[in-house]
Design a protein around this ligand. Structure first.
Ligand SMILES: NC(=O)c1ccc[n+]([C@@H]2O[C@H](COP(=O)([O-])OP(=O)(O)OC[C@H]3O[C@@H](n4cnc5c(N)ncnc54)[C@H](O)[C@@H]3O)[C@@H](O)[C@H]2O)c1
Length: 326
């Protein structure tokens, strides 16, 4: 079974590669704009844009994927507020072009990395898959537009899809040798780790006036290894049932930014932090209702442990710096 992973040189994609490598024939398509060659290891990599027809044609001729896992996207919500075109073009328009290219050539299975950002500010917590769609920023809309297009294309083409709406992916491999790397990280845990390691003088916490227990925003952090395994479960589900579906991926537990910061201060190393203004387009609380992945995909979390998430993220960053990886 041949699987094409777009964005496979990025954080999530590289873990999906490792998860699937023993059982599937894999090919990565990544522009390397945000991804890294080292993250792909010995797997096959085509460097290029998902909307480059010549590249898509070559992949079709030489690989003919049975399944596509589409992770490639821009992912920085505040940036999408500043530059919406960039997000609509890449996450919606280019993704649509790529999907149509393969559907026109009889693709049967498609898995899409979507996001809990499609829900906006939740009206009901925890958030299940039927929660209303009301993104707060162009990033969330661009991901939802593509979801909608997938659903509509299914009426015309004979294929099945799974849409996975991730909550916050975090952490790194247990041996510390693979993790997230961005030159300018925007995710909380990467920024904490960088602050501890002296990249920043202090950590800024965006907003302390949310109506949460301590005034900071609440998120559901899922360890990247569990998130990657959920792709295997989703893939198996798709191949076995040949049914389309949508799943939220998270642990069903929320931690406030301040709780994460205080825990990191205690178990990693002390660092300075300061409160500042809220960021544009940040929802107040995002906690996943994960009953559907537990009942249908039979998901049992293995790494549901914030300390482990923080420690693996920290150990990876130390390893990365010491090994000169960038
Ligand atoms: N990291 C999270 O917490 C999180 C949460 C929710 C959803 N997601 C979704 O998961 C997916 C992967 O996120 P990530 O954290 O691994 O991000 P990432 O930036 O590490 O990886 C994305 C990869 O896609 C590649 N890419 C982007 N546009 C491309 C294009 N036009 N052509 C070819 N390659 C392109 C980048 O080079 C990068 O390697 C995204 O679709 C994102 O929306 C991530």
């Amino acid at each position: 079974m041949k699987v094409l992973i777009t964005g496979g040189a990025g954080y999530v994609g590289s873990f999906i590669l490792n998860e699937l490598s023993k059982d599937y024939e894999l090919l990565v398509l990544d522009s390397l704009e945000e991804g890294h060659k080292w993250a792909v290891g010995n797997h096959k990599l085509v460097v290029g844009d998902i909307a480059n027809e010549k590249i898509l044609y070559d992949i079709y001729e030489n690989f003919k994927p049975d399944i596509i896992i589409h992770c490639a996207a821009y992912i920085v919500a505040p940036e999408s507020v500043e530059n919406p075109f960039k997000y609509y073009e890449n996450n919606f328009y280019k993704a649509l072009k790529m999907l149509k290219f393969f559907l026109d050539r009889n693709l049967k299975f498609f898995i899409f990395s979507s996001t809990a950002a499609v829900y906006g500010n939740p009206k009901i917590i925890p958030v299940d898959e039927n929660h209303p769609i009301e993104p707060l920023n162009p990033y969330g809309w661009s991901k939802f537009f593509f979801e909608r297009a997938i659903m509509d294309l299914k009426n015309k083409y004979n294929f099945e899809y799974v849409i996975l709406r991730y909550f916050n992916a975090a952490g790194a491999s247990l041996d510390s040798k693979l993790g997230q790397y961005k030159k300018q990280p925007t995710h909380l845990i990467s920024r904490i780790v960088r602050t501890i390691l002296g990249f920043y003088e202090k950590l800024y916490i965006y907003g302390k006036d949310y109506s949460t227990k301590d005034g900071t925003a609440i998120r559901d952090y899922i360890h990247i290894l569990d998130l990657a395994r959920l792709h295997r479960l989703a893939l198996e589900y798709l191949l076995e049932t040949k049914q389309s579906n949508i799943f939220n991926l998270g642990y069903g537990k929320g931690y406030s930014v301040l709780e994460v910061v205080e825990l990191a201060n205690k178990i990693l190393k002390p660092f300075k932090y300061e409160f500042t203004e809220r960021r544009l387009g940040d929802p107040e609380v995002l906690i996943c209702d994960n009953r559907k992945i537990k009942s249908i995909l039979k998901f049992e979390p293995k790494y549901d442990d914030l300390e482990l998430i923080l420690k693996t993220a920290y150990n990876w960053e130390v390893y990365r710096i010491n090994s000169g990886i960038q």
